[in-house]
Design a protein around this ligand. Structure first.
Ligand code: PEP
Length: 255
């Protein structure tokens, strides 16, 4: 049975006091959120707040710390970088890789993201691999081909054993931080497409085991409709994960 996951991505927001208060509030409120082995919460804070996040969550069940990025290198002279090994040594469990903001502002290619995924997995971190098209590509009706290429050039290079330990997030760029959400039909269509591509490349059993999250202006109002779709296994939530009450309502929208 594949996991249902609500993952918060704080991006480059909060300072220490805000981060601590938000993490305490989220963890305390999840105690009433019916979480289990198969319904989990993940929170990707900025790097400096990760140790506090791990400590805070250690007293709670089914809520995990994530990073928003990691280096493609194991260690060495790479000033300013953070390795998967460092994250693992802090007991971080997940890492977001290939977010469209990293692809756009830091020129991350599918080949580079693949190296990062391999680094993360070598340290037993679970990558949350992001893919998704721009508005221009959708308007030209090229979104299926575009996503297929992102999959082929990146995660489809992994073996069956490797890809099993990975989460996919479909995040249409036109819906990220814009307040414009994909309709449940639009999101489900792509999620089903990705799962079908997984079946073709690997097999049906594996495709049914991989969680595919939707990201792009998820909020407490639209979450339930999106999460009710067959192939949507949760959400990757940006802006709305910075408000504890809203984030908890999104978590509670997941059955
Ligand atoms: C994101 O950052 O991955 C995201 C989906 O942001 P938002 O929810 O703010 O659109």
């Amino acid at each position: 049975m594949r996991k249902k996951i609500i993952a918060g991505n704080w991006k480059m927001n909060t300072v220490k006091e805000e981060a601590e208060s938000l993490l305490k509030s989220i963890s305390a409120q999840t105690a009433t959120s019916n979480l289990s082995e198969n319904k989990i919460v993940v929170v990707a804070t900025p790097f400096p707040f990760i140790p506090f996040c791990v400590d805070t969550f250690s007293g709670f069940s089914h809520i995990y710390s994530a990073a928003q990025n990691c280096s493609e290198h194991e260690q060495g002279a790479y000033t300013g970088e953070v390795s998967a090994k460092m994250l693992a040594s802090l007991n971080v469990q997940y890492v977001i890789l290939g977010h469209s903001e990293r692809r756009q502002y830091y020129n991350e290619s599918d080949a580079l993201i693949l190296q990062k995924i391999k680094q993360a997995q070598s340290q037993q971190l679970i990558p949350i691999f992001c893919c998704g098209e721009s508005l221009e590509i959708r308007e030209k009706q090229q979104h299926f081909d575009f996503i297929k290429t992102q999959l082929e050039q990146c995660i489809f290079q992994l073996s069956e054993d490797e890809i099993k330990n990975l989460v996919i997030a479909y995040e249409p760029i036109w819906a990220i931080g814009t307040g414009k959400t994909a309709t449940p039909e639009q999101a489900q269509e792509i999620h089903a497409f990705i799962r079908n591509e997984l079946t073709k490349k690997y097999n049906e059993t594996l495709a049914q085991e991989i969680s595919i999250l939707y990201g792009g202006s998820v909020n407490a109002k639209n979450a339930q409709e999106l999460f009710a779709c067959d192939d949507i296994d949760g959400g990757l939530v940006g802006g709305a994960s910075l408000k504890a009450d809203e984030f908890i309502n999104i978590i509670n929208a997941m059955s």
